[in-house]
Design a protein around this ligand. Structure first.
Ligand code: GLY
Ligand code: MN
Ligand code: MN
Length: 442
């Protein structure tokens, strides 16, 4: 896959951001947008810092994920300004001099200490929308995070620019390289930890860069939705492997899940294939105007039809949905918005002026209730799991007869299945960002 020309795409991205900032400032009644990049956080009673996480409002403007104590200032009608903290420091690596496709679009001032930013920020903090965490406060510049400004910017962030989509495609390329290496490590008999290391090595990213902690689960561990414990020893008989792992590209995330069966476990492989086919159908249904919560309900019905076919449930998909039996097997949401954050903001936003679209009753973990619109990127991640805690609740609710428990016993040692891709919503056909990359890296 050829690398995109980010320099060609970035000016339009910046124009979109400026337009959004103009409107957000007008709504909030402010003259300047001021965005600190954030600073290091320290562990309690210790001098060890946590991995630095840049303010997403900052990295929406700039691909600078390792530049603490810096500031972006945008004033309508003017070139954006970047106060760039490059300390004199021989203990740590310091940020290199500004360079890259973005650098020529900013007025950049270098500072050597965080306090030097004060004289470079606008005169009157009261005229500024300051978007950041409390500990970024500097003098009178205390983050005020005005709600009308945040609501507008977060709502609009769901609509990705071509620059952002190019970076999200790159994040897929990095992650798929890791997924290929992880599958090979699984087939070679590696432990969860070994598979994780193979993944990180192939991607060239570790926990400081990855958009979330790798979920690498063998056998029953696949039934733990966010399993991140990473056993150091391989199980004596590997049967199944679920990997949910992404990568970052200049601050943009990918979030991909695949499930594999060990050789000889044909019935579990057939169940994976059925979930995979259903997942593709759901991905293809992504398009402007589709109600995402409805797609989530469609996923329940599709997955329950599979479990019926495989003899795991004894009732119709509709009955399983109505009684909550389906939620025991598929206990999370269909997916979420993704971009600068793996679970991107504003999945519940009713409008760019705030408000919330509630989840449908009985679906407490759905993370996206908006109607799909062109430019959104969502994950589509159906799954089926064999989770004793939830299956006990099925029994307690009087629905034991809806399940063939011998079939649960058969599949329990495999844990579960999840298949997850990113899909770009358009006016026409869905654009699956993930599948073509697996095909190209076959
Ligand atoms: N990796 C977390 C998720 O799929 O949402
Ligand atoms: Mn995931
Ligand atoms: Mn996800």
């Amino acid at each position: 896959m050829t690398l995109p020309d980010l320099g060609a795409l970035y000016p339009d991205h910046l124009r979109v951001l400026a337009r959004r900032a103009d409107e957000a400032l007008a709504r909030g009644g402010f003259d300047h947008l001021v965005v600190p990049s954030g600073s290091l956080h320290y562990q309690l009673f210790d001098d060890r810092d946590y991995p630095y996480a840049v303010n997403p409002q900052f990295k929406s403007w700039l691909p600078l994920t390792r530049l603490p104590d810096s500031w972006l200032v945008y004033t309508p009608g003017r070139r954006p300004q970047l106060v760039y903290h490059q300390p004199h420091d021989y203990w740590h690596a310091v940020p290199a001099a500004p360079s890259g496709w973005w650098a020529g679009h900013f007025d950049i001032q270098i500072i050597r200490t965080p306090e030097e930013a004060l004289v470079l920020l606008p005169k009157d903090p009261a005229r500024c929308a300051i978007l950041g965490e409390p500990q970024s406060a500097l003098g009178g510049f205390v983050p005020n995070n005005p709600q009308p400004v945040i609501d507008y910017l977060e709502y609009q962030r769901a609509f990705k620019t071509p620059y952002e989509i190019a970076l999200m495609r790159q994040a897929q390329v990095h992650a798929v390289r890791g997924h290929r290496a992880a599958e090979a490590a699984f087939r070679a008999g590696a432990s969860e930890f070994g598979i994780h290391m193979a993944y990180c090595s192939a991607v060239g990213q570790d926990s400081n860069d990855l958009p979330y902690g790798n979920i690498v689960a063998l056998n029953e561990h696949a039934a733990v939705l966010h399993y991140t414990d990473l056993e150091r020893v391989a199980p004596p008989s590997p049967r199944s492997f679920l990997i949910d792992a992404g990568a970052s590209a200049h601050g943009y995330a990918s979030d991909i899940t695949r499930t594999y069966a060990a050789a000889g476990h044909d019935e579990f492989q057939a169940l994976i294939d059925a979930v995979d086919a259903a997942q593709r159908t759901l991905c293809a249904a992504v398009r402007g105007g589709v109600d995402y919560p409805q797609l989530h309900i469609d996923a329940h019905l599709a997955l329950m039809a599979i479990l019926k076919d495989f003899g795991v449930i004894t009732v119709s998909p509709e009955a399983a949905l109505a009684t909550g039996v389906s939620a025991a097997f598929f206990p999370h949401g269909l997916g979420h918005l993704i971009g600068l954050q793996v679970h991107d903001v504003a999945g519940f936003a009713a409008s760019d002026q705030g408000g919330r679209i509630e989840r449908p009753a009985g679906h407490p973990y759905l993370r996206m209730t908006r109607v799909l619109e062109p430019g959104m990127v969502v994950t589509i991640e159906p799954g089926v799991y064999f989770i004793d805690m939830l299956l006990d609740e099925v029994k307690q609710a009087g629905n034991a007869a809806s399940v063939d428990w011998a079939r649960v016993d058969f599949f329990r040692p495999y844990g579960g299945i999840r298949i997850e891709d990113e899909v770009l919503c358009t006016d026409g056909e869905a654009d699956n960002l993930t599948r073509p990359v697996f095909a190209a890296q076959g």
